[in-house]
Design a protein around this ligand. Structure first.
Ligand SMILES: [Zn+2]
Ligand SMILES: [Zn+2]
Length: 137
């Protein structure tokens, strides 16, 4: 379904078709940059180039590189220097949305939260019992 959107790069209004998130002009520029990045990375000595290095050589912004890796247009298995920032702490990762240590942290926060809830429920039900037995007396 077509939808009018503002291009996040140049602010032009364009018809969003679900495929590109920027206007056709910017999309074309991005494609040209992608070609350049890809040509650079395909050279054997550049395979493991870091994002900083690629930015320096091709002029593609780190955000653009992150986007291509997220979309798997550039595969970190093939180019080990590539990645994108963890949604939570910004560490460069190459799979999922958040890094290992944030995953661990969130999981233990969740457990902590759950045990707090259990504790509160236990206290609440005990209070109720005390209240009832006091009343019975
Ligand atoms: Zn644009
Ligand atoms: Zn993280």
């Amino acid at each position: 379904m077509a939808e009018l959107r503002n291009c996040p790069k140049c602010n032009a209004i364009f018809n969003y078709n679900g495929l590109r998130d920027v206007c056709p002009k910017c999309a074309k520029e991005e494609e040209e940059l992608f070609e350049q990045v890809y040509r650079f990375l395909r050279q054997r000595e550049n395979r493991a180039a870091s994002i900083e290095r690629i930015t320096e050589v091709t002029g593609a912004s780190p955000e653009l590189l992150h986007k291509w890796v997220r979309k798997r247009r550039l595969h970190p298995a093939q180019f080990p220097g590539l990645g994108y920032p963890c949604d939570s702490c910004g560490t460069i990762i190459n799979q999922g949305k958040i890094c290992r240590s944030c995953t661990d942290r969130i999981q233990s926060d969740l457990k902590q939260h759950e045990s707090n809830m259990e504790f509160r429920e236990t206290v609440a039900s005990q209070n109720k019992k005390t209240y009832l037995s006091n009343r019975d007396r």
